[in-house]
Write a protein that binds this ligand. Structure first.
Ligand code: SF4
Ligand code: SF4
Ligand code: SF4
Length: 283
């Protein structure tokens, strides 16, 4: 089987603008055009990176665009069609000018080809610069653990997911490699009919790897479950909120010294009795 070597394609358009910039310097018009082009060459906030990728800013500084991860993904043994033994398209693609990712960097689009969560994660150890950080997918014994992958997070749009309408569908649930862990089906009574049940897919953010197999399997015209970078879909409650039922959170607070405690509002500088009755006239 001929091995396909993925190369970054230098388009005539890119060469044209590069020549303008190098040969004539940045005229005002050239500067504007170049700025527009450079903007397009930047990654979209929606770009999904390979397993174990560093955070986006560090990833872009570290990835040398060699394509070894994408090659390893394409050439992995599990990527052959069972009947023809031909290689199927790789999950990881190297961005070209028309893609929404920095040119030459690896990314994937789950609705086209999801990540199959290979147990040996072949794309990661081949990275020569640690832009794909093998320690982030290695357990305490130093063994690769595909459950530790972290590419994004699956989000369910409950308005378009037909399971939330009461129609039986568990396509995403069945497709998940971490079945009944990353997605669970939550039983709920259908009050409208009074005799049917909802089986709603619920994603566990602590377990989902963002592989996108659920997105690929979703039966709706536009997937009602889809993967996005975690920082795009997750909120942040702030360190001053404490989960009373979580031993680790309790420990975190117990270890904080008084000087670590910060006052967040003007009002919280005062005792409650100092302000609760402010403005109230007592007769
Ligand atoms: S783990 Fe995912 S991205 Fe890596 S080689 Fe396997 S399918 Fe490709
Ligand atoms: S193997 Fe590493 S350095 Fe090479 S393209 Fe992939 S992420 Fe970038
Ligand atoms: S992205 Fe979907 S299929 Fe993959 S682990 Fe998360 S819930 Fe499961």
């Amino acid at each position: 089987m001929k091995k396909e070597v993925k190369k970054v394609h230098i388009t005539p358009r890119r060469r044209f603008f590069t020549n303008i910039a190098q040969g004539t310097g940045m005229s005002i018009m050239g500067g504007l055009l170049w700025a527009g082009y450079a903007q397009k060459a930047k990654s979209s906030a929606l770009t999904l990176r390979p397993p174990a990728a560093l955070e986006e800013e560090d990833f872009l500084k570290t990835c040398i665009k060699c394509g070894l991860c994408s090659e390893a993904c394409f050439n992995r043994d599990s990527n052959r069609d069972k009947e023809t033994l031909e290689h199927r398209p790789a999950t990881l693609k190297m961005a070209k000018a028309q893609d929404d990712a920095t040119i030459g960097t690896p990314f994937f689009v789950p609705s086209e080809v999801p990540c199959y969560m290979c147990e040996d994660i072949p794309c990661v150890p081949v990275c020569p610069t640690e832009a794909l950080d093998i320690t982030s997918v290695s357990n305490d014994k130093g063994e690769l653990d595909f459950k530790m992958m972290n590419m994004g997070l699956a989000v369910v749009d409950s308005n378009s997911c037909i399971a939330f309408w009461g129609i039986q569908c568990d396509a995403c649930y069945r497709a998940c490699p971490l079945l009944d862990e990353a997605i669970k089906l939550e039983y709920d009574r259908n009050e409208r009919t009074g005799k049917h049940a909802f089986l709603k897919p619920i994603v566990d953010m602590n377990i989902c790897t963002g592989c996108g197999l659920c997105e690929k399997a979703c039966v709706t015209e536009k997937p009602a479950i889809f993967v996005r970078p975690r920082e795009l879909v997750l909120g942040k409650p702030g360190d001053h909120y404490v989960k009373g039922w979580d031993a680790k959170d309790q420990q975190r607070v117990a270890q904080q010294s008084d000087k670590d405690m910060t006052t967040h509002t003007e009002r919280s500088k005062s005792e409650a009795v100092d302000y609760l009755n402010t403005g109230v006239d007592f007769e």
